[in-house]
Design a binder for this molecule. Structure first.
Ligand SMILES: Nc1ncnc2c1ncn2[C@@H]1O[C@H](COP(=O)(O)OP(=O)(O)OP(=O)(O)O)[C@@H](O)[C@H]1O
Ligand SMILES: [Mg+2]
Length: 248
């Protein structure tokens, strides 16, 4: 198996805050990883290093065989199209209709003329409809996104990554606004999406049950360092409660 991700000694600082403090991580292609850890531990920062939106101050980064920060423009764009992110804060454009926000997942693989045309006459509507159906939102396809509830918007962000069909799926608390049934379905869709292309998943999750049900490996981040790294099959919900320091 090749490596989907290879990080060595990665450090990220924001002023005096060290968000990542020497992270070494090797993810083999096909792994499905749950990233756990308390608020502020550096989980989102780690995903942002992997999708190229944060450049570390030290260490080396390889994502699908390349360093996102070192690639020239067109190659960086090609790599970005192969890495799909469900952002913690969703990053949807509220004033646009749902169909356009979902199609944003394909901008990396469309020529500029097609992306511009799509704002006038939506392109790839059949794929958008299929993705929205998977997240149970088909009937909202032409509604302005700002009119949707928080959980519905989260599902739009999931549909956007479904149409992108990336090889590496990065999901930052993708089920935080969903009820338990929808949360399970969202995780199943994301891990299925990764598996469909022989790809990999890294998902920040706060719910240990979702982590154990949908992931093959669990990483725990504390103060920017990896404090737990174990196969999901060897962990129990009680182990994860201990990791969070929950007294039972
Ligand atoms: N853009 C930024 N500017 C300044 N500080 C930042 C920035 N992004 C993150 N940080 C800081 O880096 C640390 C790690 O933040 P990060 O968002 O990665 O945590 P997290 O584990 O995702 O937390 P949460 O579970 O609350 O989402 C925090 O102390 C945060 O304040
Ligand atoms: Mg976060």
């Amino acid at each position: 198996m090749g490596a989907a991700v290879r990080l060595e000694g990665v450090r990220v600082s924001f002023g005096a805050t060290r968000a990542l403090d020497g992270v070494d991580l090797h993810v083999a292609t096909g792994e499905r990883i749950a990233l756990l850890g308390p608020s502020g531990a550096g989980k989102s920062t780690l995903l942002n290093v992997l999708n190229g939106s944060v450049t570390p101050s030290a260490g080396s980064v390889q994502v699908l065989g390349a360093d996102p920060a070192a690639l020239p423009g067109r190659a960086a764009r090609r790599l970005r199209a192969r890495v799909g992110t469900v952002h913690q804060h969703l990053e949807l454009v509220g004033a646009l209709r749902v169909v356009h926000n979902v199609n944003a997942g394909r901008l990396g693989s469309w020529p500029a003329w097609r992306a511009a045309l799509s704002l006038l006459r939506p392109q790839g509507v059949a794929q958008v409809a299929a993705a929205l159906e998977q997240v149970d939102l088909l009937e909202r396809m032409y509604e302005r996104t700002e009119r949707l509830s928080g959980g519905q918007r989260q599902r739009v962000a999931i549909a956007r990554v479904l149409v992108q069909r990336p090889e590496l799926v990065l999901a930052d608390e993708p089920a935080s606004a969903l009820d338990p049934a929808l949360a399970g379905r969202a995780l199943a869709l994301l891990s299925g999406l990764a598996a469909e292309r022989g790809g990999s998943l890294l998902a920040c999750l706060h719910d240990p049950a979702l982590a154990l049900a949908h992931c093959t490996r669990v990483l725990g981040l504390v103060e920017g360092r990896i404090a737990l790294d174990a196969p999901a099959a060897r962990l129990t919900p009680a182990d994860l409660a201990d990791f969070y320091g929950v007294r039972r």
